[in-house]
Ligand binder design. Sequence first.
Ligand SMILES: *Cc1c(COP(=O)(O)O)cnc(C)c1O
Length: 365
Amino acid sequence: MGKRVLNFFAGPAGLPLPALERARDEILDFSGSGMSVMEISHRAKEYEAVHEEAIALVRELLAVPEGFKVLLLQGGASLQFAMVPLNFVHGGKTADYVVSGKWSQGAYKEANLAVGAAAKVAASTESEGFRRLPRVDEIRHTEGAAYAHVTSNNTVFGTQWRTFPGTAGVPLVADMSSDIMWRPIDVRPFGMIYAGAQKNLGPSGLVVAIVREDFLATARDDLPSMLRYKVHASKNSLHNTPPTFSIYILRNVLAHYKAMGGLAAMQVQNEEKGRLLYGCIDAHAGFYRGYVTEKADRSVMNATFHLPTPELDAAFVAETRKNGMVGLKGYRDVGGIRVSMYNAVRVEDVRTLVSFMEEFVRKHG
Ligand SMILES: *Cc1c(COP(=O)(O)O)cnc(C)c1O
């Protein structure tokens, strides 16, 4: 086998090795069927078992209570940007958007295309370059809104909500694409959670959604079938042929999380990774210049910083690459360096990177 790199890409991102090895071992003969999981009917009992297990593992890992449905959808988080307003903004209702970064802005823009001025910006930190999250007292909720939308982790700029803002009774809808399952959360305050899979869960294109049933009941009944949450919910996400191979990989990833000790264990690792990386940044604050101004808002999934010059940023990226570490170039709107440390990135991987960073500052600082 060729050597695997230390993968710090922001998405699609690295997946846990045991989940990939399991797929390799089962690729020609899945579950004694003599076929791969890709080559088998989505109505076959072998596939059905995988489908049910994936959903059951989402429920178990996130302790999803009764009264919530788990859906497996397609079209990435970006299709959810349109489906959420299309389903829930009707009958004169509005929707509030907390704009804290590139993707939350995308969600708002798409809602605007879907339902026009009924989509409202409840708060935005765009004028400050998204270097911090909006404070709770800056968020203006619209009375009687269908929902308030937040993005739990700002993948591009590197902020993350530790405590979600209250919404005075309005259902909270969260895009958790880049931090779902980084730790245990209480699902009960949410009307809906959705996440594109390619950061913490599996292959791109697949979306995991968790919808509260009383919120689901308020969704429209007059949309085309594939856009209607109620259709997917009533068919257990088997209305049409689901992305079976992606769901199979999701199953492998979630089974691995469970074997690792679940999300409590995941949180211990993720906090440790954040402590190591931000510890290094703060110890050399004149050289590694953190992008996020509020330390309490720093993301443990995506850390962003700049070196003193763009030339040093480029040298850092080039040298990490030579040392088997990939994906560290910052997003084009931000520049600098972005370290994505999703669940598949191990504490030892971040230790390796931090050693490199210590060495780099000794040479160039
Ligand atoms: C990556 C990402 C998206 C986009 O997901 P697609 O699957 O490409 O549509 C949306 N929201 C957040 C927070 C992301 O990190």
